[in-house]
Structure formats: C-alpha cells, structure tokens
Design a protein around this ligand. Structure first.
Ligand code: PEP
Length: 264
C-alpha cells in the first residue's frame, strides 16, 4: 500500500512512567519549556505521573508540548478508591490520555473490556487516547503478531465510529522491544504499521486507504535510532520512554521528528 502525501503532523510522545519524582518532573518540564528548538510542526506531548500533572501542565502552558495522563478509570465517577476520573483530567485541561500500556495490561489487569471502556470514555470527553498495542516475545516467535494486534484493535474499537477512531493515536509497542537496548528493526516496525493501517482501513467503510490514522512506534527509541524509524513511510511518529528523560536526547529526537517529512 502506497502512502499519500503526509497530511498529519509527525508525532513525538514522551511517557515518563514512574521514573521521576514530582520535583524532577517539574525540573525537566521547565528545561523543556525553555528549549529553543521545539516547534509546532510536531504534535508532541509528555505524560507525567498523576500527582504532578497539574504542575507540569502549568509549566508547559505556553509551550508547543502538550500534557497527558498515563491512565484513567473506565468509569465516569463513583466509588472507585484510588482511581483517577476522566473528569479530573478534563478539568486540568489535559488533551491526551494513554490507555492500555503493556505494563498496565500485565501488572494492573487492564483487559480488552476495560480498555475499550476507557477509549470510549476518553473520546466522549474529548481526550485523545494514546492506545498502546503490541505482541509479546512468545507471540512474535509463534508468528502471532498480526493476530494479537487484530484482537487488541478490534476489541479496543468496539463501538467506536470512524470520526472518533481518527482521533486516536495508535502506539505500536512490541512488548519485547520495550525497555531494551535496541528497538524493533525499522523495516519490521514499518511492516507492522502497514498491517495496522490496512486493518483500520478495513474496519471502517469511510476510510479510503487508512492514511488518515495516526500510528506511532514505541519501544527503545533513542536519539540514535529515531531517524531510521521516522524514515519509514508508515511510521507517523515515535513514543519514547527512557530517552525522553534527558534533555539532550529529547531535543535530538524532537528535531528528527520535526524534519521527518524530508526523510520519507
Ligand atoms: C514504553 O514503555 O512505552 C517505552 C517506549 O519505553 P522505552 O522507550 O524506555 O523502551
């Protein structure tokens, strides 16, 4: 499948997980805010932990970098001790919410059903879901990657119409490539992205060729491999964990993403 001209902005997402204390997150956000190389040719966001979301959002209020949460409850409100509601995220003025990261699926029991509920609730409340999907090593070895992705995507999108699906950022994050020394190979990642695009295209009659869907790659992206990944025609952006915690690699990756149209 050939891609049309790139109509979307390339995307650079940063997932800070639970790496930083609140003061460290504020320090990093302050440095990012002062960066002179950032520009709005990139759709960019950082995802700090809940307790510091409001402060980081204030620090970055005039910055091109947006702020989002790493999770939210699947229910709107009510007796859900320890959860954070979509209402709180919206009241804070956030734009994004990450849903279904593999760590949440494997360690905190996020299921296909709860992920679908979160996706729909986020969309109803005008938050952009960053929907994480990806196969583990066993599935990769058994050549079940496409099967796993199809299940992840079909279940997450149950009851989600075309206009809403176009809002979602699909983050292909092969579990075997997260937190490693090396990312998935760029060509491998591109082929999987192409599969995801074709699948999305087939799910919606309105879709012409799937080009309108936003699909980013995550899993050990660094300043060293970002260019190779961003060169790939089906990779619309990167989602970065550890390499987003250091301002030098953050800026380098940002620059590569911002110049990526020229690479394609
Ligand atoms: C992630 O877990 O979403 C991720 C991309 O992490 P890392 O870049 O550290 O592999």
């Amino acid at each position: 499948m050939e891609r049309n001209d790139f109509m979307k902005k390339p995307i650079f997402g940063a997932g800070w997980k639970m790496y930083l204390s609140d003061s460290e997150a504020c320090q990093l956000a302050t440095i990012i805010n002062k960066s002179t190389i950032l520009n709005d040719s990139v759709e960019s966001y950082v995802l700090p932990t809940f307790t510091v979301l409001d402060r980081v959002n204030n620090i970055l209020s005039d910055c091109v970098v947006n702020v989002g949460a790493q999770n939210m409850c699947y229910e709107h409100s009510g007796a859900f001790t320890g959860e954070v509601s979509v209402r709180s995220l919206v009241e804070m003025g956030l734009k994004y919410v990450e849903i279904g990261h593999s760590e949440r699926r494997s360690l905190f029991n996020d299921t296909h059903v709860s992920i679908n509920r979160k996706v729909k609730l986020a969309l109803e409340n005008k938050l952009i879901p960053i929907l994480c999907i990806g196969e583990d090593l066993n599935d990769k070895i058994a050549m079940r990657t496409n099967e796993v992705l199809e299940m992840d995507i079909r279940t997450a999108l149950f009851g989600v119409d075309y206009e809403a699906a176009k809002e979602i950022i699909f983050a292909y994050e092969p579990i075997w490539a997260i937190g490693q020394q090396e990312s998935a190979g760029a060509e491998y990642a591109n082929n999987v992205h192409m599969f995801i695009r074709q699948l999305l295209n087939s799910l919606y009659d309105e879709s012409q060729n799937g080009d309108e869907f936003k699909i980013v790659y995550g899993g050990s992206v660094t300043a060293g491999n970002a260019e190779q990944l961003m060169k790939q025609p089906h990779i619309d952006g990167v989602f970065v964990g550890r390499s987003s915690l250091d301002i030098e690699s953050y800026e380098t990756i940002f620059r590569i993403v911002s110049e990526s149209q020229d690479l394609k």
